[in-house]
Design a protein around this ligand. Structure first.
Ligand code: SAM
Length: 357
């Protein structure tokens, strides 16, 4: 793969500033410098690296899973602008020689109302471009595997970004979005956050071991029960802590004990496998609560949401997660911590703390 200077990063619309601050911070630690460009609400960020090949270097060395606010990324050729409407493919092929050999081309749009209107055009054009790239041997024949996937981000009928991402260091989902069907029996739409968190954080080969078979869980801030519903669906026994009412249907499962208590002072009768927490409160307070559970050995895993304030959202995330990491390390507690702004998250991020050795 040749020396690319530009990274294209997708994010939730409105979180461009956080996405830009995060990529700039992470890359500068690695000695890769540059500047981000974005407009608020456009749902993507462009990061221009100063060094030649900075983007190629970044996308291979920085772990995608260490980024919270980036849904998907790729290292890009310079922007294609003013493509002729009667033949867009020829000018693209003229500079496509520097792309790595790849197994597929994903045609994408930005996740905004305007962007989604281009979806059908992007799909059709993506299929025509794929055929042309296959003839040039840049795309392999179907079913042959390569280490790279090509991405095309269509901004309008004449403007697009084209580039590549390593399959092992990017999101497997188109536009970085895991689409889930809302289960009609679930008591709230929040249920999708926990389902997405498990699907994103827990590798497929560990799902049975970490979720299956009669485990025990505590759900802090559980009402009306969307997260508890997911825990029950995994056959877990759940203590649901909330002053608010739980869904009566869920209570009929016989697997849920409802405690009308304050989650910040609640003490579990015995340690559990999972603690989950979706309380709307200051992120620092929720972080302290999670730390308290970890220090007391009350759970093996925790999934928790940090609701972000309107301003300084990246700084707040860094401060809370940095504090949690430092406190656990100082206490000699082994852990793994991952965080991500999930597709089903709004003004919040979701974190997975694993306390297993
Ligand atoms: C976003 S809702 C949780 C939704 C839930 N995860 C679901 O899927 O249905 C937040 C809940 O936290 C509860 N809550 C807020 N502060 C609490 C506290 N100190 N102790 C217990 N519950 C609390 C609220 O009553 C509310 O039901």
């Amino acid at each position: 793969m040749s020396e690319f200077n530009t990274l294209v990063l997708y994010c939730r619309a409105g979180f461009e500033k956080e996405c830009a601050a995060e990529i700039s911070t992470r890359l500068s630690v690695m000695g890769i410098y540059g500047y981000p460009r974005f407009e608020t609400g456009q749902a993507y960020v462009i990061f221009h690296c100063q060094q030649p090949g900075g983007a190629t270097d970044a996308i291979q060395r920085l772990r995608f899973r260490d980024l919270i606010f980036t849904r998907q990324w790729f290292a890009a050729l310079p922007l294609f602008e003013q493509l002729p409407a009667d033949d867009r493919i020829t000018p693209i092929l003229a500079s496509a020689g520097s792309l790595p050999v790849a197994s597929e081309l994903v045609a994408e749009v930005v996740d905004t109302t305007e962007g989604r209107e281009l979806q059908s055009f992007a799909r059709k054009f993506g299929s025509a471009l794929s055929q042309a790239l296959r003839r040039e041997s840049i795309l392999l024949e179907r079913k042959r595997r390569a280490d790279w996937r090509l991405h095309m981000l269509v901004l309008d009928g004449r403007t697009l970004w084209l580039g590549a991402a390593p399959i092992g260091n990017s999101s497997p989902w188109s536009m970085g979005i895991l689409r889930l069907k809302f289960p009609q029996q679930a008591p709230s739409r929040s249920t999708l956050k926990l389902e997405e968190a498990w699907r994103y954080f827990i590798p497929a080969q560990r799902q049975d071991e970490l979720l299956g078979g009669g485990l025990r869980a505590v759900d802090l801030g559980a009402a009306p029960g969307g997260w508890t519903w997911q825990l029950v669906k995994q056959n877990m026994f759940v203590i649901a802590v909330d002053n608010g009412p739980m869904s009566p249907d869920l209570m009929e499962s016989g697997q849920v004990e409802h405690r009308r208590e304050d989650a910040f002072t609640f003490v579990p009768p015995k340690p559990v496998d999972w603690m989950v927490c979706d309380i709307v409160d200051k992120p620092a307070r929720v972080t302290e609560l999670v730390l308290h559970w970890a220090e007391n050995g009350w759970c093996r895993h925790a999934i928790f949401n940090l609701k972000l304030p309107m301003k300084q959202r990246f700084a707040e995330t860094e401060s809370c997660l940095g504090y949690l990491r430092d406190s656990l390390a100082n206490a000699g507690i082994g852990f793994r911590l991952q965080a991500r702004q999930l597709y089903h998250d709004r003004e919040e991020i979701t974190c997975w703390l694993s306390l297993e050795p």
